[in-house]
Design a protein around this ligand. Structure first.
Ligand SMILES: Cc1cc2nc3c(=O)[nH]c(=O)nc-3n(C[C@H](O)[C@H](O)[C@H](O)COP(=O)(O)OP(=O)(O)OC[C@H]3O[C@@H](n4cnc5c(N)ncnc54)[C@H](O)[C@@H]3O)c2cc1C
Length: 298
């Protein structure tokens, strides 16, 4: 990212919400479940799988956590009714982790009880231990349709990967800003740790969801897959809705499984900020949007 982009990223929270909403529209299916259903249908028609995320993060009251769990049950009904090739991704803080871990556990269990695969997203480092502990506990109790996420930016990740033999793990770089004692900040160091974690997971017999838009990492993953002679149903690539669509199309054309993360719902703001902060062209987009408003019809 250039200097201007980095500056814009810092001031993004001061950008008016309507501008954030316009610029981030490509990253979100829309406000309703019908929007998510439509987008998943379109992805399926292109040979892609999906994972559906009900937008929303840390909640303040138990009834909000229960409402999010209920929204996920509605998503699962829609997946079944539409014969969609999709699973769901949940955030434990949205299901009540910080209010009461037992509430989050009960909510995850209710969602997983439907049988469709449930991915537990990984949030900031204050939740890593609790998230991995809950995942392990449910797995030990026989829940085999659950998966977890590791973040290559965290220094602990290769160790965590060693302890997850046989699991279903999404590996991503990690989006949260973490202190330097806990996380690599350097771009190349994160990449190197990603490859180490990926090798560890594959060597431990994990099904890995390789979640990145970084073409260099995609090439490393393809090399790791081919070195081990893995079949296309023994791993998958994952990307976010609206990002690197050409790379996604290429992977599908080459016969790899590709799953797209499809967020929907009314709580779009925090997710949108994170996506814009990662968009290398964000400064240009904001400048163009501002010009369009100043000079309509330009
Ligand atoms: C399916 C999926 C699930 C995820 N789940 C989690 C999770 O549970 N926890 C977590 O902490 N993080 C999660 N992430 C986010 C992830 O950690 C990274 O923040 C994000 O994917 C960007 O890292 P990257 O590997 O794509 O590399 P980057 O170096 O950030 O991006 C590589 C290239 O992709 C393009 N690109 C990336 N982002 C954008 C964008 N927003 N707009 C336009 N172009 C872009 C650019 O060309 C960029 O140069 C997830 C990511 C994916 C794909």
């Amino acid at each position: 990212m250039g200097l201007l982009d980095k500056t814009i990223v810092r001031v993004l929270p001061a950008v008016p919400r309507p501008v954030v909403r316009r610029l981030s529209a490509r990253y979100i299916a829309g406000p309703t479940l019908a929007d998510a259903r439509r987008v998943v249908g379109e992805l399926n028609a292109k040979g892609m799988l999906a994972t559906v995320d009900v937008l929303g993060e840390e909640v303040g009251r138990p009834d909000e956590a229960r409402a999010i769990a209920k929204a996920y049950l509605d998503v699962l009904d829609a997946i079944d009714a539409g014969g969609l090739r999709a699973n769901v991704s949940v955030k434990l803080t949205a299901l009540g982790l910080k209010l009461d871990p037992a509430l989050a556990r009960a909510n995850v269990e209710a969602i997983a009880a439907r049988g469709t695969f449930v991915r537990i997203d990984m949030e900031d480092s204050s939740t890593t231990d609790a998230t991995l502990a809950l995942y392990r506990e449910l797995r030990e109790r026989g829940r085999d349709n659950l998966g977890v996420v590791l973040q290559a930016a965290l220094k602990r990740t290769v160790g965590d990967a060693e302890g997850l033999a046989g699991a279903n793990v999404r590996l991503c770089k990690g989006i949260y800003v973490e202190p330097p004692e806990l996380a690599f900040r350097d771009y190349e160091a994160v990449r190197v740790n990603f490859v180490r974690a990926l090798d560890t997971l594959f060597d431990g017999g994990c099904y890995v969801g390789v979640a990145t838009h970084d073409e260099w990492l995609v090439e490393q993953a393809l090399r790791a897959v081919s070195a081990r002679g893995l079949r296309p149903d023994e791993y998958e690539f994952q990307m976010l809705l609206g990002v690197q669509t050409r790379l996604a199309d290429r992977l599908v054309a080459e016969g790899h499984r590709l799953r797209v993360y499809v967020p929907f719902g009314s709580k779009w703001y925090e997710y949108s900020l994170r996506r814009l902060q990662e968009n290398p062209k964000v400064a240009g987009y904001i400048a163009a949007d501002t010009l369009n408003r100043l000079v309509p019809g330009r």
